[in-house]
Design a protein around this ligand. Sequence first.
Ligand code: FE
Length: 205
Amino acid sequence: MMKLFAAVLLMAAVVNSQMTCRLKQHGIPNEWVGLRDTTGKCLQEMRNQVQMEINASNIYLAMAAHFSRDLINRPGFAEHFFKSAREEREHGRKLIEYLSMRGQLTKDVTELIQLIDVDVKIDSGVDALRQALELETKVTQSIRSLIKTCEKSSPSWYHLSDWLITEYLEEQLTGERDLAGKLSTLTKMMDSQGAIAEFLFDKQL
Ligand code: FE
């Protein structure tokens, strides 16, 4: 048991050391790095957003796995959440690429993505849609806050704010509306048709 624990610790150390760039800068000019923020808040929130997107991806993956179980067997819900998981991972990747493009990933990336436990418990299709809508609402609030912080930072990161509004806010708002619509339809179907409604709704997804 102790050997296994030591091996895990060693692996963690190796992974961490691989994530940190130890190359010297060799006097390469860095004046082009425009994202200079006196408080550092915008950059920190941007890095937090990467983590939030990856967490959302893992939560959707767990939901997809739940609906894929033989005892649950809702292939429509499973596919819907597998797709959501892929989209969230892509959101995280795009944020990382933006940070790289602005010269913000030249040093340490060890803390950019942390592994966290995913605790997902689902009672029904309605419950899953409600949880997904709550999750997306939190993500939207986080992106709004990020945009505000980066606009207010000195100097203002106006290119980043514009990019976030165009690339992220639009998709968040349409995504929330889509989930709210699905939740409304399924809830009404369950009220009038009972348990068979979830089976029929799954076929539509
Ligand atoms: Fe997202």
